[in-house]
Design a protein around this ligand. Structure first.
Ligand SMILES: NC(=O)c1ccc[n+]([C@@H]2O[C@H](COP(=O)([O-])OP(=O)(O)OC[C@H]3O[C@@H](n4cnc5c(N)ncnc54)[C@H](O)[C@@H]3O)[C@@H](O)[C@H]2O)c1
Length: 296
């Protein structure tokens, strides 16, 4: 996709941070934008700063299938068929897996993984049926490659979003629909304040909220990349039909280091011939799928 003008974009978590940056960039390109977010006051503030008739706000929780479906219908009624989907809403929880409760898992996976699944389940069939192409951007993170002890559940969700996105990319390429995984590093946003939107129904916390740690996180995020820079790089990557949208150059060497360690763990030896025959075919198909999705 080279041109965004006249298209309708649906951006989850669009009322702040990266999502709001994307909304600004898309409006500047002449697209129409639905800002879907759980915080009504943030939606109102975003619409005020955007000050653009081509933007609408819809309050919804991405983890709810019913709310997502209603929001999709409302966006399309008001702005026309969505062909640009940004599954971007996300929350963070800085704690290890072994100190997490089921509520912690359900909240973080509900928003960061099921939110993406819901967007795909609801919009992709519509995009395929209309046959007008489109693009899906799922916001993963560098945390979809680099896992530390914290934030364990966040890592789990982001690794899954990366896998989901890659698989989806190959199945949608024949339909002229691109798929990308946005993998930012530190961005200047309010992600550290995620606990504000944690639902009452999932409030059995493995660890109490640590206000002083959150204040430190707020400072760290102040040093992050501006959301507008992330958004500009994202739109360019859609134009270039890139799968990985790497916005932060500082991770290149670290990725190489981690991949080298993975390969170093690989044992020597050969596989039996029958297995190799199957794997050769699979490997060739995978190579072809990657090339086809790149348009090569
Ligand atoms: N900020 C970073 O350093 C960073 C780095 C890598 C990846 N990311 C990812 O970027 C995405 C956007 O986050 P951000 O950094 O802009 O944070 P942000 O908190 O500024 O924005 C996220 C938005 O999502 C909304 N949201 C939260 N839960 C929701 C729900 N259940 N339903 C609908 N909306 C919901 C929030 O209200 C908020 O407006 C997330 O997926 C995050 O994991 C952020």
């Amino acid at each position: 996709m080279k041109d965004f003008a006249g298209r309708t974009a649906f951006i989850t978590g669009g009322a702040n941070g990266i999502g709001l940056g994307l909304a600004r960039a898309l409006l500047a390109e002449g697209a129409k934008v639905a800002i879907a977010d759980i915080r009504q006051e943030a939606i109102d503030a975003a619409l005020e700063t955007l000050d653009n008739q081509q933007a609408v706000g819809i309050r919804m929780d991405v983890s709810s299938r019913a709310e997502f479906a209603d929001a999709a219908d409302e966006a399309e009624d008001r702005l026309g068929p969505v062909s640009l989907l940004f599954n971007n809403a996300g929350i963070n929880l800085f704690q290890t897996i072994d100190e997490s409760t089921y509520d912690d898992w359900d909240w973080v996976l509900g928003v960061n993984l099921h939110g993406v699944i819901n967007g795909v389940q609801i919009f992709v069939p519509r995009m395929k049926e209309r046959g007008k192409g489109g693009h899906v951007v799922n916001t993963a993170s560098m945390a979809s490659f680099l896992a530390g002890p914290v934030p364990g559940i966040y890592n789990t969700a982001k690794f899954a979003v990366r896998g989901l996105s890659e698989s989806l990319r190959y199945s949608l390429a024949p339909h002229g629909i691109g798929v990308s995984a946005l993998c930012p590093g530190l961005v200047k946003t309010h992600i550290y304040a995620s606990d504000d939107v944690r639902p009452e129904a999932l409030n059995a916390r493995g660890k109490p909220v640590d206000a002083s740690f959150n204040a430190q996180l707020a400072k760290v995020h102040e040093a992050g990349m501006e959301p507008d820079e992330v958004a500009a790089k994202t739109l360019q990557s859609i134009r270039d039909n890139k799968f990985y949208i790497f916005t932060h150059p500082e991770f290149r060497d670290e990725l190489r280091e981690v991949f080298d360690e993975i390969i170093a763990d690989y044992p020597p030896g050969d596989a039996p011939i029958e297995r190799l025959a199957f794997e050769r075919g699979r490997r060739e198909n995978y190579r072809k799928a990657r090339a086809a999705a790149r348009g090569k």
